[in-house]
Design a protein around this ligand. Structure first.
Ligand code: SF4
Length: 166
């Protein structure tokens, strides 16, 4: 399981299923491109100060190894629970690999807002449950239904899900 699986689980179970079954549209999405761009333009000096870290299925763009802080930058102008869970999952994976005492900073450059994220025992329990649920969803033969949500319009699977519908 990767950080992307965990993230898609938060957003939409259908998206998780499609991605897990090899249907990948991310490269066609302008929003993904914009997301990548904001990383490069908002923090040009970052790459020198922080490390990129890939471990156990997750990829951290900005990890401050000295202070054990994960910096996660979001282009969104809205704080979302899914962002917080994604960062908590990163902390969880680092813990699982023996790195203790990690915290996270969720940064929203467009709102000039930064939120501190910590992992509690309750979160650890919930993440373990989510991992089981993710496994169940990805192993089923049936694709979950469309969710008809506002976020669908920004999803890279939008055309795939709704094309041909009235
Ligand atoms: S378009 Fe909507 S229903 Fe389809 S995968 Fe994306 S979020 Fe899910």
């Amino acid at each position: 399981m990767t950080g992307t699986h965990f993230n898609y689980y938060q957003v939409c179970h259908r998206k998780l299923w499609l991605f897990s079954n090899g249907i990948n549209m991310e490269h066609t999405s302008d929003l993904v491109y914009e997301g990548k761009l904001i990383h490069e333009t908002s923090y040009p000096q970052r790459s020198e100060r922080y490390e990129e870290l890939e471990i156990d299925g997750i990829k951290l763009d900005y990890y401050d190894a000295r202070n054990k802080v994960i910096h996660e930058i979001k282009k969104s102008d809205k704080v979302e629970e899914a962002h917080e869970w994604q960062l908590k999952y990163y902390i969880y994976v680092l813990e699982r690999n023996g790195v203790e005492g990690v915290t996270g900073l969720l940064e929203y450059p467009s709102m000039r807002q930064t939120d501190k994220v910590e992992l509690t025992d309750k979160d650890r329990k919930r993440i373990a449950e989510m991992e089981k649920e993710i496994e169940q969803i990805t192993n089923t033969d049936e694709c979950p239904p469309v969710i008809n949500a506002k976020i669908c319009k920004q999803c890279s699977y939008y055309e795939f899900c709704y094309i041909g519908e009235d």
